[in-house]
Structures are given as C-alpha cells and as structure tokens.
Ligand binder design. Structure first.
Ligand SMILES: Cc1cc2nc3c(=O)[nH]c(=O)nc-3n(C[C@H](O)[C@H](O)[C@H](O)COP(=O)(O)O)c2cc1C
Length: 295
C-alpha cells in the first residue's frame, strides 16, 4: 500500500512524490505524466506568462498539477493566474512573503516555499505556507542552503507542524523511505525526471546524466548572468567545457532544452547527487514506480 500522508491527502494523489519545478522551459508532458503515474506534476512558472498559459491549457482539468515560480524572475500576475487554475503554487529563493501566500490563497490554491535552512522554513510557516519544501545541498539546479537533505528534513520536521517535502539527492526508493521515515509528507525529485522520455531536456544532456555519478557534480556560481551569486549544482564537465571557450562565453543559467542548437556541453547541465541513479532514459511512469518501490 502506498503511504497515506498529508501530501497525498492534500492533492489527492496516490504517491507522496512531487516532480521538482524545473525552470526555464515548458514541459507540460512531463508534469502530466508524473501526475498520471500517481505523483504531483509541476509546471515551471519561470517563463513568459503566455508560455505558462499554454502549459496550463495543455493540462487536462482533472489532472492536479502545481506551478513553481523563481522569485528573481517572478511575474506576480502569472502567479495570480496560476493560483486560480491549479492545486499548488510554489516559490523558491528570497524571503517567504506573506503577501504572495495571501495572493495564492485568494486564488484558491495551496502555497509552498522551497527553503534551504531551518530559519527559512520557520519564516515560510510564519508567512502562512501550507507546505514547506526542505532542500538539501545535494540538490540539482539552484541550491539554497548548505545542509544535507536528511539532516535538514529531520530538523524541519521536528520544528514545524505544516507538511514537509524533502528535496535534494533523492534518486532511489531507499533514500526516499528514509525521508518519509523522518516524518516528511512527500519527496521531491528533479534530476531523475530530467531523463524521462517526456522530459524537455536535450538528448545530449540526458546522455551526460546517464554517464555521470554524484562525484561528477559540483556547486558553483559560474552560470550567473541574470542571477548572480546563486549557487547551483551541475556536471563538472560543462563547467570545464565553458571555461575552455574563453572569456567571451555567455554564462547564462538556461539549461539546454531539446530544441537547443549549439554547444550543449558548455551549457549548464544541472544535476543533483541523485544522478547516481540515472542509468537510462525511461518513461516517467517507470521512474515513479521505481522510486516508490523499495526492493
Ligand atoms: C534542471 C533543474 C532545474 C531546476 N529549476 C528549478 C526551478 O525552476 N524552481 C525550483 O523551485 N527548483 C528548481 N530546481 C531544484 C529542484 O526544485 C529540486 O530542489 C532539485 O531538483 C532536487 O534535487 P534532485 O535534482 O537531486 O532531485 C531545479 C533543478 C534542476 C535539476
């Protein structure tokens, strides 16, 4: 029997599993596939508002999904629209804002904040969030804090009463079971779903993930144009490839989507330490089944 948690009850899903918001490119196919497989799919709100609207239009009304917004690129009107159209609106980076939480609630959605420390988790609760995503330093993409995920999850679960979602480096069922055992209501997974057949990532990026392990990832602030001083975890190979291109290289934070034309190797190939468990391209449904079945 899949565990029945505050998260599964809140969103009516079968599994305590959330797809990570992975900003930059529309991927309604992946979000719908994860929701159809029993998790909660997430759309990226870090897009032009028109693109977000198109993504929301692509989701059948009976499929629950959330939308994830990055604070440095927030369009408040888009967050307001998302709150009126989906189950969950989520924010990442910056101080949790009671005004934004109120705006989401006014639209009828639940609100969560991804945080990187206990202090930030407490601030998210004070701001009125319904859920808190506790992100550990193992995470792929932008990384808010410095604490390992299970340590942070244990501290946050002890300190707050709202449901906690564990994030960062969760790539297999065993580690997911540990997070649930500590009291988290769900686990959030990004890197593993980048290699899903429904993912918007470039095939060469996926090949790199398949060939990499946790030791091949690094934390850096290098791809900082438009979002400076923000640590992100990615494959060391792309950092080296970008450095080799010399001082004129554009260090933009956009990862290469399937239609990217150019030097994929030198783009930010975000990857969490969970990349250890990316061994092949497979459907989102297969990934969900693997993550939720402890062998
Ligand atoms: C390619 C990529 C893009 C990401 N973009 C976002 C984002 O837009 N918003 C967000 O809240 N988190 C983003 N993250 C971080 C995830 O929410 C999450 O913390 C992370 O994927 C968890 O670690 P994992 O990749 O090991 O599963 C991103 C992660 C990756 C790998």
């Amino acid at each position: 029997m899949p565990p029945d948690t505050a998260f599964t009850r809140m969103f009516g899903c079968r599994y305590p599993l959330q797809l990570a918001g992975m900003g930059g490119f529309p991927s309604p196919e992946l979000a719908v596939a994860v929701s159809a497989a029993g998790g909660l799919g997430m759309l990226s709100g870090a897009l032009q508002p028109r693109d977000l609207e198109r993504q929301l239009d692509a989701v059948p009304p009976e499929v629950p999904v959330g939308v994830s917004f990055l604070m440095p690129f927030l369009d408040v009107g888009a967050a307001e629209d998302a709150a009126g159209r989906c189950a969950l609106v989520e924010f990442f980076w910056d101080e949790p804002s009671p005004q934004l939480v109120d705006l989401v609630h006014a639209g009828g959605a639940r609100c969560s904040w991804q945080v990187g420390s206990l202090d930030e988790a407490l601030a998210a609760v004070d701001a009125g969030c319904d859920l808190v995503v506790a992100q550990g330093v193992e995470a792929g993409g932008h990384v808010r804090g410095t604490t390992p995920a299970l340590e942070l999850v244990a501290a946050v679960c002890d300190a707050i009463d709202v449901p906690v979602v564990a994030a960062g480096g969760f790539g297999d069922a065993k580690r997911i079971a540990s997070a649930l055992g500590l009291g988290s209501a769900a686990v959030r997974v990004g890197t593993r779903f980048l290699a899903a057949t429904e993912s918007a990532a470039h095939p060469d990026y996926i090949d790199r993930l398949v060939g990499a392990n946790a030791d091949d990832t690094v934390l850096t602030t290098a791809f900082g144009i438009g979002w400076p001083d923000a640590p992100h975890r990615l494959l060391r190979s792309c950092l080296e490839a970008a450095e080799a291109l010399g001082p004129t290289h554009a260090w933009t934070p956009d990862w290469p989507a399937a239609d990217y034309v150019g030097d994929v190797e030198a783009r930010p190939l975000y990857a969490g330490m969970s990349v250890d468990f990316v061994t092949k391209r497979q459907s989102a449904a297969e990934i969900v089944a693997e993550l939720m079945t402890e062998s």
